[in-house]
Design a binder for this molecule. Structure first.
Ligand SMILES: Cc1cc2nc3c(=O)[nH]c(=O)nc-3n(C[C@H](O)[C@H](O)[C@H](O)COP(=O)(O)OP(=O)(O)OC[C@H]3O[C@@H](n4cnc5c(N)ncnc54)[C@H](O)[C@@H]3O)c2cc1C
Length: 365
């Protein structure tokens, strides 16, 4: 007798929901992904998409991030349409003392991180106008085009039999006693064995309909994207004034903190800063700008696992979701289908999130 294939309903078709969908479909589950908008996510499509373990100083979190970087390499092997640019990250948005301490700590954890001087920074990014005196470089970091990767995961899940439904907001989680039995949309109720909330910044609102209290903030960054330009950057650059990368098709994409200026004025000023970063002071043409919001659970750390007290309800919300997506997808699938929770997820449970250490991590990329 074969075991019945579980039916998993995922709310949210951003990179987290898409990764869970593909991993679950590949493991034999029946899967439906429902999104209130166009599949591809909200934070996901505006993400700088730096895949790294250079951010976040809790050791448990570092280990999860490093494992996620390996999972991206595994995903590239499993799905040839996923291509990470392993282009390296150059970072100097901390004081020299903090850079040194950061490098010492992460080297002691086995990370391929190096402190470099101005000459080497110039060699790594030859177009920079003023390379920093001291910086961090991690050659093994990378970036992806997050919307392309998310759509590739959804398409691959669909090839395995998953259903992806867009433009269908989920109004609430259907409950029977203390069990989540399905989702309620304007079209009716859909039942399933397990409901996964992967709704990014909207996760708390949906979780609240099942009586679950979660805190997820969604601070905004100013994001400017230019028209394609000849190559100016090889890798990712995290400078004090902006975080920037150049996409596969040549667009420069930069994010910075929001200030109290009019967003149009602030965006023009960021565009000037972007141009000023380079020796040639290129004339960049702004294609779009936006206030991009990133979901950040209370305390800055991921919230991934079954909800306490609501059977059949699984939550996956995190900052750095692009970095973490393949690990979250694989680990969540194993927990849902085989009942095995990966030890790397141990500190990041849903109930645990309420009582976790108060190590608040300032948002970077
Ligand atoms: C400017 C910026 C820079 C960033 N830089 C990085 C970086 O360098 N590296 C990194 O790893 N991460 C980065 N992040 C964070 C990363 O992008 C996010 O952690 C990740 O995209 C979150 O993915 P998600 O699928 O959880 O959420 P989203 O992409 O927001 O997707 C959630 C989906 O849920 C849907 N949804 C919500 N509510 C409902 C509902 N009730 N019914 C149906 N559907 C619903 C939404 O429509 C959406 O499609 C950045 C984010 C921003 C904004």
């Amino acid at each position: 007798m074969t075991a019945r294939r579980p039916y998993i309903l995922i709310v949210g078709a951003g990179i987290i929901g898409a990764s869970i969908a593909w991993h679950a479909a590949r493991s034999g589950a029946r899967v439906t992904v429902v999104d209130g908008g166009e599949p591809g996510g909200i934070a996901t499509r505006q993400s700088l998409a730096w895949i790294n373990a250079s951010w976040g100083n809790a050791h448990d979190y570092f280990r999860l991030r490093v494992s996620a970087m390996e999972e991206w390499r595994r995903l590239e092997r499993d799905l040839p349409e996923i291509r990470v640019g392993w282009v390296g990250g150059l970072l100097w948005d901390l004081s020299p003392d903090r850079l040194r301490a950061f490098v010492a700590e992460h080297q002691s954890w086995g990370y391929g991180i190096r402190l470099i001087d101005r000459a080497e920074a110039q060699r790594i990014e030859p177009h920079l106008a003023e390379p920093p005196e001291v910086a961090i470089h991690v050659a093994e970091e990378g970036a992806i085009e997050p919307l392309d990767a998310t759509l590739a995961l959804l398409a691959a899940a669909a090839d395995l039999g998953a259903t992806v439904v867009g433009h269908t907001p989920v109004r609430r989680i259907a409950l029977k006693d203390d069990r989540a039995t399905g989702i309620v949309t304007d079209e009716g109720t859909l039942d399933a064995d397990v409901i996964v909330i992967a709704a990014g910044a909207e996760t708390p609102a949906l979780a609240a309909t099942a009586g679950l209290s979660l805190t997820v903030s969604a601070p905004a960054n100013l994001l400017v994207v230019t028209a394609p330009h000849a190559r100016l950057l090889r890798g990712l650059v995290m400078a004090p004034a902006l975080h920037i990368r150049q996409t596969a098709d040549g667009r420069l994409m930069a994010a910075t903190d929001v200030d109290d200026r009019d967003p149009d004025v602030a965006a023009r000023s960021l565009l000037e800063t972007m141009s000023g970063l380079f020796r040639s002071k290129p004339a960049l043409s702004m294609e779009s700008h936006a206030l991009a919001r990133r979901p950040i659970p209370d305390g800055g750390l991921p919230v991934i696992g079954y909800a306490d007290g609501v059977e059949g309800l699984y939550v996956a919300v995190t900052h750095s979701g692009v970095t973490l997506a393949p690990a979250v997808g694989r680990f969540a699938t194993r927990e849902i289908i085989d009942g095995i929770r990966d030890p790397l997820l141990a500190p990041f449970g849903v109930a645990g999130s309420r009582a976790r250490a108060k190590a608040t991590l300032a948002p970077r990329s």
